[in-house]
Design a protein around this ligand. Sequence first.
Ligand SMILES: NC(=O)c1ccc[n+]([C@@H]2O[C@H](COP(=O)([O-])OP(=O)(O)OC[C@H]3O[C@@H](n4cnc5c(N)ncnc54)[C@H](O)[C@@H]3O)[C@@H](O)[C@H]2O)c1
Length: 337
Amino acid sequence: MAASYGRVSAFSTSSHVLAGKKSANAIDESERRTFPSSSNLPPAGESKGPEYIQGDEGSHGARTLKSFSMAGKVCVVTGGARGLGNLMARALVESGCDKLAILDLDQDDASGSAKAMTEWIEGEEGGGVKAGTVDIRGFKCDVSNEDSVKKAFEEVKSAFGAPTTVVNSAGIVENFPALEYPTDRLQKLYAINVFGSHYVSREAAKHMISSSITGGSIILVASMSGSIVNIPQPQAPYNASKAAVKHLGACLAVEWAKHGIRVNTLSPGYMLTSLTQQMFDRNAEGKQLRKTWEGMIPMGKMGMPEDLKGAAVYLASDASRYTTGSDLIVDGGYTST
Ligand SMILES: NC(=O)c1ccc[n+]([C@@H]2O[C@H](COP(=O)([O-])OP(=O)(O)OC[C@H]3O[C@@H](n4cnc5c(N)ncnc54)[C@H](O)[C@@H]3O)[C@@H](O)[C@H]2O)c1
């Protein structure tokens, strides 16, 4: 019987054998590098250059490049109620955005995550931003439905004004062998990943153009799967959909450059989310799958969702003002091998 992998979970209940140039043992242990211990790093205060900053996340008072600031931007993140979209939305707020719309399938999910994000940014963990400074709201939107996308963008415009920055993170992955892929699932996947990317980009651009927004940025979340074929899990339509998203982004970038709108794609590799963690924890096969994947990643580990923050803010902000039609891959080197 053909393995049925089901929504999002990837991962084979039948045995698959790795093939091709990569193998589970691709990492040569003698080539591993150890990061210097903190005792070997310069202590704060002794640095002759800009203030030495410890830690990777959160806000800080040290000198930093102004063009990375999201202050004054109106941001929209689809699929922002959870997962990578939620994390990228937080990164935009951490970088100064004070008007953020979270679009997701369910109104309660979208509103709930907006509330949670507001509490977080006003709390210690998010940087203790003064209460009421950041306005985050949730909007119901099904990106695969053109009317729903139009309605949500109208609502965002009424609430905040025209968007300057749109991240389309809504997307699904399913795993079935291509021979048995159910046609209705195939249509649904393309409707969300490909048609959704077009509907969201189009509404974003229409509003940016009609409101004479300068410096508009649209980021379509693609995947390294748009550049390579993942193994061992079978996911041909997902991979093809992400290749389509990548090329759609490049095409729109060329068409809309004259309007001052930049379009780029962001392609994550294997990210360790709560979803993937659960999958690994569930059974022995899950643990083996993680080992298999990590054996194929030159950096030897899956990415943390936080590893996307800098890339998202770069593409969203004026720091990337001469970057359009690009695909920024964040995959620990996977696609380079
Ligand atoms: N997680 C990874 O390792 C990974 C790797 C590469 C690319 N990606 C891509 O990143 C994006 C986000 O993935 P994730 O892991 O955060 O997934 P996730 O399932 O955790 O979150 C996806 C979000 O999108 C929403 N959504 C789904 N269908 C929607 C629709 N029709 N309209 C509006 N919202 C919808 C969901 O409700 C959810 O909030 C996807 O496009 C995915 O293909 C993820």
